[in-house]
Design a protein around this ligand. Structure first.
Ligand SMILES: NC(=O)c1ccc[n+]([C@@H]2O[C@H](COP(=O)([O-])OP(=O)(O)OC[C@H]3O[C@@H](n4cnc5c(N)ncnc54)[C@H](OP(=O)(O)O)[C@@H]3O)[C@@H](O)[C@H]2O)c1
Length: 242
């Protein structure tokens, strides 16, 4: 506990989330690293950044979110910045995807909504201050074959950001999304080769992005960007202009 601002990054043990943890810690924030399964990676990252804490839970489960918020209160006593980074991308054409897979995908946006609701009531609406940043995806704007529920979910999250920013205007709480294009992480290594080639062909900068290139925008929205709210910032090498 203390005067230092506190940030929480969901899915902070891996990929873009881990890069966000490093970037926020470099800005002098005390960062909570949330993980579900990647405990080893999360612990190693905490050791690397030095100061901070760990939180675990499945964001598809309301009771896990309740427990996370209580632990956050106990270990940090405040929350200034919430980065909703955790996500899954289930890849299959509509004819090959089951209702259960669709529901699994949709649980992420429900978790974003519920964690935000709990964090607002416990911390940000009391302190009258906060930054909420959602990691979306370019496919929320462009759509993508083989990713219908994922693209639907990211579009819904961008709508969530726009609506929530209006609800919180006047409370000194800014809400934005960062929409990465094609970033080199675990999530993109599992894409089929033909999908990978098709996407690469459409990127004017002719390369995948690095997690750090997304994280630096997240860090800017976390500590600067005081006149930006309700926006979707695209980070995609020219793939889509927004
Ligand atoms: N890579 C890209 O090209 C790209 C492009 C656009 C957007 N994004 C978005 O960027 C974000 C991070 O993705 P990434 O590429 O860094 O992939 P990643 O390494 O697979 O990270 C996904 C993270 O989400 C967490 N997670 C998934 N389901 C969860 C659940 N039910 N409860 C709690 N945590 C859960 C995972 O935690 P555990 O490992 O601990 O289970 C993992 O840390 C995602 O929202 C993704 O949609 C990625």
């Amino acid at each position: 506990m203390g005067d230092k601002k506190v940030a929480l990054v969901t899915g902070g043990g891996t990929g873009i989330g881990a890069a966000c943890v490093r970037a926020l810690a470099a800005k002098g924030l005390r960062v909570g690293i949330h993980y579900r399964r990647s405990e080893t990676a999360a612990k190693a990252l905490l050791a690397e950044v030095g100061e901070g804490f760990l939180l675990s839970g499945d964001l598809g489960r309301g009771e896990d979110i309740d427990a996370m918020v209580e632990r956050l209160h106990a270990v940090a006593g405040r929350l200034d910045i919430l980065v909703h980074n955790a996500g899954v991308a289930l890849n299959a054409h509509i004819s090959a995807m089951s209702m259960e897979q669709f529901d699994e995908q949709r649980l992420i946006s429900r978790g974003v909504w519920y964690l935000t609701k709990r964090v607002l009531r416990r911390f940000m609406l009391r302190s009258n201050e906060g930054r909420i940043i959602v990691i979306s995806s370019v496919v929320g704007s462009t759509g993508n074959a083989g990713q219908i529920p994922y693209a639907m979910e990211k579009a819904a999250l961008e709508s969530f950001v726009k609506s929530l920013s209006k609800e919180l205007a006047g409370r000194n709480i800014l809400v934005n999304a960062v929409a990465p294009g094609f970033i080199a992480t675990e999530m993109t290594t599992v894409l089929p080769a033909e999908v990978h080639e098709r996407i690469m062909a459409g990127i004017p900068l002719q390369r995948m992005g690095r997690p750090e290139e997304v994280a630096e925008v997240v860090a800017f929205l976390a500590v600067a960007g005081s006149y930006i709210t309700g926006s979707v910032i695209h980070v995609n090498g020219g793939l889509y202009g927004g």
